[in-house]
Write a new protein. Structure first.
Length: 408
């Protein structure tokens, strides 16, 4: 899901108390001139950021240590100068990131850290001066040490030890992987009342995890905090866990504020309609939003793309999608037409894990947005999804019980 114009987030959620010693970001200011733009970040303590540029789309990335974001009224760019928008947040544990989207190619100056004066905190200052597109593209790219760090971090992120587990891993209980979309620097869609997609889906995933654990399922979350996880790492979590079902949770937006209701997507390279295809394109750009290097695919992803035609997995996904739509319609409104849709979402591309992407509703719709902020609605929807999971696996449970009875 995309950032709104200006790219600003609402104030961050309360951090883990263990992170209370991290530097605090107090403000962000933009000075726009005809021949340059200046970005100023005020902090409680000095930091040593890394600055680099990435092309297609063109952006400036500031890699920083983990920070506590306490921006109250951060400046918005005019959108007419060099800066189109910007976003910030936790990229992963230990690392924060600020990404500046550009309207025109620039060359960033080396960052300068100014000491406190006149009641201000430390000020991180970076100037963006115009350059040619050719020079920008020639200098853009990941520094070699950061590229190595990204690869190492992605390897660690896919390890089972870093996933949140609820319930003991005792076979033959079914394994469910829940994927709260977006997170950290990628807030996803912002609702008409300021509600953020990344917060809604994380809360709903935790509620659903608890409901499923009570029913005896083994549950993993791709993330259990406000942190960004690359799309393909989410797929790896499901495959590494040998998941029996993967559910990715999101919240939608539409230029027409009258559009409302939940919808469920399964994988199809062709897509069910133009709207579904457009949604997949936006969701699949989550890595770009977070400033992740997308050049090249690893062997696992190549293997996944080759095996997409596995019909059995897609059939099981479609079966669960229909069951999920049925249960959701008892707890909330579903979209008026074709509540079960298909599109080429990256997170649904594990060939051996049945998977759906659930759009809980439209944050661009006043009624949907109000419901998604409601504790009662969230509990009802979590229960509905859990019932759908039970129904999906009911035939297998019945067959297993029958086999046991015969053996006795």
């Amino acid at each position: 899901m995309g950032q709104p114009a200006g790219g600003m987030h609402a104030p961050a959620t309360e951090p883990d108390p263990q992170l209370s010693q991290a530097p605090v970001v107090l403000s962000a200011r933009i000075a726009e001139e005809a021949d340059h733009a200046r970005f100023i970040v005020e902090l409680s303590d000095p930091i040593n950021p890394r600055v680099f540029t990435l092309a297609n789309p063109d952006r400036v990335v500031l890699d920083m240590p983990e920070l506590l974001w306490r921006l109250q009224a951060a400046d918005r760019p005019s959108g007419k100068g060099f800066i189109r928008s910007y976003r910030y947040g936790l990229f992963r544990a230990g690392d924060s990131r600020l990404v500046i989207d550009l309207n025109a190619p620039v060359a960033p100056s080396p960052p300068v850290m100014l000491p406190p004066e006149h009641g201000s905190g430390y000020r991180l200052v970076i100037d963006l001066v115009p350059t040619t597109q050719a020079k920008f593209e020639d200098s853009a790219g990941w520094p070699s040490d950061l590229r190595a760090r990204e690869r190492a971090a992605q390897t660690i992120a896919s390890a089972p030890s870093l996933r949140t587990e609820i319930g003991a891993a005792v076979a033959p209980r079914k394994i469910i992987v829940l994927d709260p979309g977006h997170g950290g620097i990628d807030a996803g869609t912002t609702g008409v009342d300021g509600l953020r997609e990344k917060d809604v889906v994380l809360d709903e995933a935790k509620r659903l995890a608890a409901a499923l654990a009570k029913r005896g399922y083994i549950v993993h979350l791709t993330r259990d905090t406000d942190v960004y996880i690359p799309l393909r790492q989410r797929v790896k979590v499901a495959r590494t866990a040998n998941a029996d079902l993967f559910i990715s949770l999101h919240a939608d937006a539409n230029p027409d504020s009258r559009v409302s209701g939940a919808s469920v997507y399964t994988l199809s390279e062709r897509g069910s309609d133009r709207e579904a295809a457009a949604l997949a394109r936006k969701e699949n750009q989550s890595d770009i939003v977070a400033g992740v290097n997308l050049s090249g695919r690893d062997d696992t992803v190549s293997h996944i793309l080759i095996e997409l035609a596995r019909r059995g997995t897609m059939n099981r996904s479609a079966h669960f999608a229909e069951t999920l739509v049925s249960e959701l319609s008892r707890a909330t409104d579903v979209i008026a037409r074709d509540a079960h849709r298909s599109a080429a979402f990256v997170v649904l591309k594990a060939p051996d894990v049945p998977a759906v992407l659930l759009e809980l509703g439209y944050l661009s719709n006043n009624r949907d947005c109000g419901e998604m902020a409601s504790e009662r609605w969230r509990a009802q929807v979590a229960s509905a999804i859990a019932r759908a999971v039970d129904r999906h696996f009911a035939p297998e449970k019945s067959a297993s019980a029958a086999s046991l009875a015969t053996a006795q």
